[in-house]
Design a protein around this ligand. Structure first.
Ligand code: ADP
Length: 475
């Protein structure tokens, strides 16, 4: 079975979040199956040019979008046993950032036409086009309107994976002219063009990235207004939990961390990583537990819960904390305030730093992840892998992966709370802190050992996707 995997970001070429991890891990795993061949197609962003010497030119296509005619070139590159196809266009993709431009609608309409054209140019006729998020959400519609009549496209099915319902590709209605066809309600949502809604409405099947988030998105509270169309497609809408690339996130071999370790020398290995990190960043006391936050500073991630509690926690407890990420400016300022007030206990790094993230996963005792909603969440799975105990809110994929710690039975994978309330988060931080310093601190080590042995690898995920591909093709 041939699959064309369409994604707007993929590691190691581009990344803003979990989509890039999955876009790399899933095709790699799927290609290990005998009867599957996956190619990944993605924009050729400016940052990717460092790989250019290794790329092979494949062909070109000319695309006209509402009178704007432009040429896209295709380049191919084999990496990790997967063929990557990069779509190059000087007007649309050769920029510093991936998204967030005023012309994103035209940029990603071009991307989608170019992905569809590739099927002919690259002579790669897939059974399924696997779409990811709004950036490829128009493909089922465009496929039906412009390509179906051609032999190569007649029998192609589509699967749309929703990695985050908050981002929908929501544009003014004038954007409909980019689709070069008559107006159609398939892509209209509240009088605006909505790429994700079009994908949900028109794809052969739809999935999101955890069973709990799938159910949550059918409710008003979590759907960002798309519960209607999702409910309409309910029978074709499933939740498949993401997995991580266990070879990339492996403390035993990870070159980014200070000392490699495995389950057998977990306590010693993590301690060595912690001490080194605390030294490097001039923390005051190396015996305090280390709490880390790694992720976007967005309301989705529950950052607002920290405002009213962190100062108090740091003032009254022997705790070290490190926040890595960027986003909301108020939150960044708040972190600057904390690092000025608690220079030996609190550090922040504003930005994206893959190596530092790995060091923090290895050095941390606890990972903070109090998300308001979380489609799947990879950070908690990565933190499992490095033996760092997550503190999370029970939502979406966090609920599906982090079994709550039970102090009587000494079971569970992390500390969890149910309501999006600062005090509930604070209670869990304090509970973990007290346990760390108590006579029962062995329970912490037991939990670290337990979570390191969990299997949230891409194998289970890939098997489930293969199953759904087969189901779609069967009809
Ligand atoms: P998202 O909603 O952002 O996709 P996930 O938990 O699914 O959240 O995935 C986040 C991924 O991005 C993880 O691999 C995490 O380690 C990584 N990450 C997030 N922020 C940063 C950062 N500032 N620096 C390095 N890695 C980061």
């Amino acid at each position: 079975m041939k699959i064309l995997f369409v994604t707007s970001e993929v590691l190691p070429f581009s990344k803003t979040g979990g989509l890039a991890d999955v876009s790399s891990a899933l095709p790699k795993k799927l290609n290990e199956f005998d009867d599957v061949s996956v190619r990944v197609i993605t924009p050729y962003y400016k940052k990717i040019s460092s790989f250019h010497d290794k790329f092979k030119f494949v062909g070109s296509t000319t695309i006209n979008i509402a009178g704007f005619t432009t040429v896209c070139h295709y380049f191919s590159y084999f990496f990790n046993n997967v063929e990557y196809i990069f779509i190059q266009n000087e007007h649309c993709f050769e920029r510093d950032n991936y998204y967030g431009y005023d012309d994103d609608a035209i940029r990603f309409t071009l991307f989608q036409f170019a992905a569809l054209d590739y099927i002919k140019v690259g002579e790669f006729i897939p059974s399924i086009i696997h779409l990811n998020d709004w950036q490829s959400g128009m493909i089922p519609f465009l496929l039906d309107k412009h390509y179906r009549y051609k032999e190569e496209y007649k029998y192609i099915h589509t699967l749309l994976s929703i990695h985050n319902l908050e981002y929908q590709g929501n544009f003014d209605s004038y954007v409909s002219r980019y689709f070069n066809t008559f107006f159609d309600y398939s892509y209209i949502h509240f009088d605006r063009v909505n790429f994700l809604k079009a994908g949900i409405a028109c794809a052969s099947a739809v999935n999101t990235v955890s069973p709990t988030y799938r159910n949550e998105t059918l409710t008003k509270e979590y759907s960002f207004s798309l519960d209607g169309i999702l409910s309409f497609r309910k029978d074709k809408y499933v939740g498949i939990l993401n997995g991580i690339d266990n070879t990339y996130f492996d403390p035993f071999t990870d070159k980014a961390i200070y000392f490699n370790y495995g389950v057998d020398n977990l306590t010693e290995g993590k301690l060595k990583n912690k001490v080194k990190l605390l030294e490097e960043f001039s923390f005051g006391n190396k015996n305090f537990p280390l709490y880390v936050y790694i992720g976007r500073f967005a309301s989705q991630k529950g950052c607002n819960l920290f405002y009213s509690i962190l100062e108090n926690i740091l003032e009254n407890n022997n705790i070290n904390m490190f926040f890595l990420g960027s986003g909301d400016k108020d939150f960044e300022n708040f972190l600057s305030y904390l690092s000025a007030k608690f220079p030996t206990k609190f550090k922040k790094n504003i930005g994206y730093d893959e190596d530092l993230a790995h060091k923090l996963y290895a050095a941390g005792d606890f990972l903070l992840m109090p998300s308001r909603f979380e489609p799947c969440g990879l950070s908690q799975m990565i933190s499992f892998r490095y033996g760092t105990i997550p503190i999370v809110r029970e939502t979406g994929g966090l609920k599906d992966t982090v079994v709550p710690y039970n102090k009587y039975l000494n079971t569970g994978y992390g500390f969890t709370f149910s309501n999006s309330e600062s005090e509930e988060l604070k209670d869990k931080i304090i509970e973990s802190y007290l346990l760390f310093n108590s006579k029962q601190s062995d329970n912490i080590n037991d939990m670290k050992k337990r979570i390191m042995q969990l299997d949230y690898s891409q194998t289970r995920m890939a098997n489930q996707y293969l199953e759904i591909y087969k189901k779609i093709v069967k009809g």
